[in-house]
Design a protein around this ligand. Structure first.
Ligand code: PLP
Length: 190
């Protein structure tokens, strides 16, 4: 997946021209600004990969095809409400207290159940964002933990790995890598 956060819609369109079809964005509001330009791209899929507050869930359901950052039963129910079919992933905190975002592994079964009870949601798998390190081997254990968790739950897809550590993520079973900098260069601060 190409991560286009902070970059203007032109960059996204250029990526599409070159054959990219899956795009990751972090902020609902930012993507809302680009959506008029990117809405008509046949076959393109837009993934929300940033934290989602429940009060933005309706807008997010409208704009995105995949919400990778479901982290509570409540958010799942809110995403189900608009009635639009949506693919979702559960964001997992694989690193204990070190990271703020995502659900802890103990919370996952309740979220899986909540999603199963939502007729408009289809659960694809798990997503994680390990604590940042520029040494890919430091993040490998978190990728492995996510894979083991998904195996226990019978879930197929794993969204993990970014520009600096996607090789390790692929070795550990990633089905979705989220690459921004390595494709588009350094981002300015949002
Ligand atoms: C920004 C971001 C990425 C991409 O990071 P790069 O290092 O630019 O490849 C991947 N996942 C998430 C959740 C991000 O916020």
């Amino acid at each position: 997946m190409a991560v286009t956060k902070v970059f203007p819609a032109d960059v996204l369109l250029e990526g599409y021209e070159l054959g990219l079809r899956d795009f990751g964005e972090n902020y609902v509001q930012e993507f809302e600004g680009k959506a008029p330009l990117t809405g008509g791209l046949a076959g393109a899929r837009f993934h929300l990969i940033g934290h989602l507050q429940s009060n933005k869930s309706r807008k997010a359901a409208e704009l995105f095809h995949v919400i990778q950052t479901v982290d509570s039963p409540k958010l799942a129910r809110r995403l189900n409400e608009p009635g639009k079919p949506l693919d979702v992933m559960i964001e997992v905190k694989t690193s204990g207290e070190e990271s703020k975002e995502g659900a802890s592994p103990e919370e996952i079964p309740a979220i899986v159940d909540a999603i199963a009870a939502c007729p408009n949601l289809r659960l694809l798998g798990l997503m994680t964002m390990p604590p940042w390190s520029d040494e890919p081997e430091t993040t490998r254990p978190y990728f492995r933990r996510l894979r083991e968790l998904a195996e226990r739950l019978g879930l197929r897809n794993l969204s993990m790995g970014m520009s600096h550590d996607f090789e390790a993520a692929i070795q550990e079973g990633a089905t979705h890598i989220r690459v921004g900098t390595a494709l588009f260069g350094k981002r300015k601060k949002p």
